[in-house]
Design a protein around this ligand. Structure first.
Ligand SMILES: [Zn+2]
Length: 216
């Protein structure tokens, strides 16, 4: 049984797909915790990534949003009292702009910039006609240790690039069951349609229903 006191990083996922991906990337999975707070309602996976002991949890079935995430985080901190870093890691939608062609599958890390702390609450602001989103409040910036680590990763990336392909290939070869649902889709099918296109729900080929004209 694992000692809850030896975990310092908490990782919260919103949906099962994210939970599976998070678990698959553990270098080593640990046994269930030796004890938990009697009030605990969370499901946990324990393990190690690099030199860090990580506790991963997920929002309960059918629950979404900030309230549920806050409840999961609180339970996690009650049971794993030495957690010092909390990460919410999730799948975002594509958000392409003229400046950044962000597609599903890209990794985006928010950083403090231009007077913003780097953590933006999506419903903590207002959108006015013909104007961009205006924040009406702010959240504290992430802890120093994470902001320092981002610079470390940035420097490493500039010098050596990343090895995301290799890392995902390695995980998928260890767990071939995941390949079908979790591997990167064929580049050919990674088409970005204009936002007014309504896609079929029943899995029909987009090429047939939505068209393959590069202008749309
Ligand atoms: Zn479509």
């Amino acid at each position: 049984m694992s000692d809850p006191k030896s975990y310092t990083v908490g990782w919260i996922c919103a949906i099962t797909t994210e939970y599976v991906a998070a678990r698959a990337f553990l270098d080593e999975e640990h046994e269930a915790p030796a004890y938990l707070s009697p009030q605990n309602k969370n499901d946990y996976t324990l393990g190690r990534i690099g030199k860090h002991n990580v506790v991963i949890s997920v929002l309960p079935l059918g629950e979404y949003g900030l309230t549920s995430a806050a409840r999961v985080a609180e339970d996690l901190l009650h049971s794993f009292t030495n957690v010092r870093i909390g990460l919410m890691v999730g799948i975002g939608g594509g958000a392409p702009s003229q400046k950044h062609d962000i597609r599903l599958g890209d990794i985006v890390v928010s950083i403090p910039f231009d007077g913003h702390g780097g953590v933006i609450q999506y419903d903590f602001g207002k959108t006015l006609q013909y104007q961009s989103f205006q924040p009406t409040g702010f959240l504290d910036q992430p802890p120093t240790i994470l902001r320092a680590a981002v610079i470390g990763i940035k420097a490493q990336y500039e010098m050596e690039g990343h090895n995301i392909e290799e890392a995902t290939d390695e995980v998928l070869s260890k767990r071939p069951r995941l390949r079908n649902k979790y591997q990167r889709p064929d580049q050919e099918s990674d088409r970005l349609y204009q936002s007014y296109i309504v896609h079929p729900f029943n899995g029909t080929d987009c090429n047939i229903v939505c068209g393959s004209d590069p202008a749309i």
